[in-house]
Write a protein that binds this ligand. Structure first.
Ligand code: NAI
Ligand code: AKG
Length: 446
């Protein structure tokens, strides 16, 4: 048994049944191990072993009442994984599929993603198995207030700064922030993704999607291609997917699909700006299903119960959720001539599918690099809150573009292989890991 196998076996023993967490750690450890073994100082300090153990996990009950007065209880967590590089930072997810394993994988990924941004942020994630789908605004408000009643004890602008993720958008952040202020009696930048009227940053809403397209642009350029004219298949129709589509269309690409958990829409001539405006409103205001787009516009076909990966394209951007693109999806994409898979979501490609993409020489940008624009602008929101100023849209977008460029450069520095092809998975993992490892060495045994 080699060092990597021994390490993964120990991890699985210590964390039984946490499959998503095993998957995320195995991906990082596979990239990092040869380099780790070459650097005795890190190995002696047991950096990898210590870094796969969260600083702490807070688990708590969230009780709340439905509109008809029935009492409900959900489970919630905050996984504070590592604050080596700055206050804990990472989103909150509300979805019935949320478990401790899911939040540990997301918190672990966040350590390296935040490291790649170059901003002072540690890694964390939190959330609840609460399902906001079909709930009234008042029910969501009562849930958020109840959740913050416990969470406020564990967070703070220099301690831990949560934000949104699946199921947590500006409505939920508003309710959470309101309750924090009521409990603490002070205004402070304890959450990011706030509305721009009360301390939110310009471009935070768009940042993850825009950033992933900026990253894709750099990936393509590095390999002698350009984004203009490329056919792109996108999954999801949430915050990340819609703003990725918006930026891709603005750059002259043809966006052929969007989806939700019921099915996907196919737009053969490419999404238009008018259709995207409709979809923003559909999802942000009416909280409707993606199938409604096909009812509203000619030339849009809805495929019920299907995923979009069978649609022929140059680039695939999975922007919905973890493990949404498996081996058979990867085979379809490869068969149709895909050249790049650029992740908007966190770990959307299964481990087997990722190996297949690598073996077939498909460019694969992992979420911890390509979707880092969201947390990067959250970091900029923290800076603006701390100094009590607001930067213009242009200023934030310019900084976002620069940060994505520098993440790309770091991936190239650590992932460029013979012949110039970049292994972005290795590049992102090793580069993100190195900085955290250096900080851990400096702190001694903590
Ligand atoms: N919001 C942000 O700033 C960031 C989000 N991400 C990641 O991007 C992904 C999407 O997040 P958001 O767009 O913020 O969430 P969202 O709640 O706005 O949208 C989620 C989308 O995924 C779809 N979805 C959820 N579960 C699904 C399933 N089991 N099967 C198929 N579709 C499903 C939903 O229908 C929806 O279209 C997640 O992986 C999240 O962790 C990553 C970085 C930052
Ligand atoms: O903006 C943030 O703090 C977190 C964003 C996030 O959850 C992510 O990058 O996956």
């Amino acid at each position: 048994m080699d060092e990597l196998e021994r390490f993964i076996e120990g991890l699985k023993k210590r964390n039984p049944y946490e499959e998503e967490f095993h998957q995320a750690v195995e991906e990082v450890a596979t990239s990092v191990m040869p380099w780790y073994l070459d650097h005795e100082k890190y190995r002696r300090a047991q950096i990898l072993e210590r870094l796969t153990e969260p600083d702490r996990i807070v688990t708590f009950r969230v009780s709340w009442q439905t509109d008809s007065g029935e009492i409900r209880a959900n489970r919630a967590w905050r996984v504070q994984f590592s604050h080596c590089l700055g206050p804990y930072k990472g989103g909150l997810r509300f979805h019935p599929s949320v478990t401790q394993s899911v939040l540990k994988f997301l918190g672990f990924e966040q350590i390296f993603k935040n490291s790649l941004t170059g901003l002072p942020m540690g890694g964390a994630k939190g959330g609840s198995n609460f399902n906001p789908k079909g709930k009234s605004d008042n029910e969501v408000m009562r849930f958020c207030h109840s959740m913050m009643t416990e969470l406020h004890r564990h967070i703070g602008e220099d301690v831990d700064v949560p934000a949104g993720d699946i199921g947590v958008g500006s409505r939920e952040i508003g309710y959470l922030f309101g309750q924090y202020m009521r409990l603490e009696n002070r205004w402070t930048g304890v959450l990011t993704g706030k509305g721009c009227a009360f301390g939110g940053s310009a471009v935070r809403k768009e940042a993850t999607g825009y950033g992933s397209v900026y990253f894709l642009e750099d990936v393509l350029k590095q390999h002698g291609e350009e984004i203009e004219g490329k056919a792109i298949v996108i999954s999801g129709s949430g915050n990340v997917a819609r703003y990725a589509a918006e930026k891709a269309v603005a750059k002259g690409a043809k966006v052929l699909t969007l989806s939700d958990s019921d099915g996907f829409i196919e737009v053969r001539d490419g999404l238009t700006v008018e259709q995207l405006e409709f979809i923003h409103e559909l999802k942000e205001q009416w909280r409707g299903r993606i199938s409604a787009v096909a009812d509203e516009f000619g030339g849009v076909v809805y495929h019920d119960g299907a995923k979009p990966w069978g649609v022929s394209c140059d680039v695939a951007m999975p922007c919905a959720t973890q493990n949404e693109l498996d081996v058979s999806d990867a085979e379809s994409l490869i068969g149709n001539g895909v050249i790049a898979v650029c992740e908007g979501a966190n770990m959307p490609v299964t481990a087997d599918a990722a190996h297949l993409l690598r073996d077939r020489g498909i460019l694969h940008a992992p979420g911890k690099a390509s979707n880092a624009g969201g947390v990067a602008v959250s970091g900029l929101e923290q800076s603006q809150n701390a100094t009590r100023i607001s930067w213009s849209r242009e200023e934030v977008d310019r900084r976002l573009r620069e940060i994505m460029k520098s993440i790309h450069a770091r991936c190239v520095a650590f992932g460029e292989g013979k012949g110039g092809k970049v292994n972005y998975v290795d590049g992102a993992n090793i580069s993100g890991f190195e900085k955290v490892a250096e900080a851990m060495l400096a702190y001694g045994v903590v």
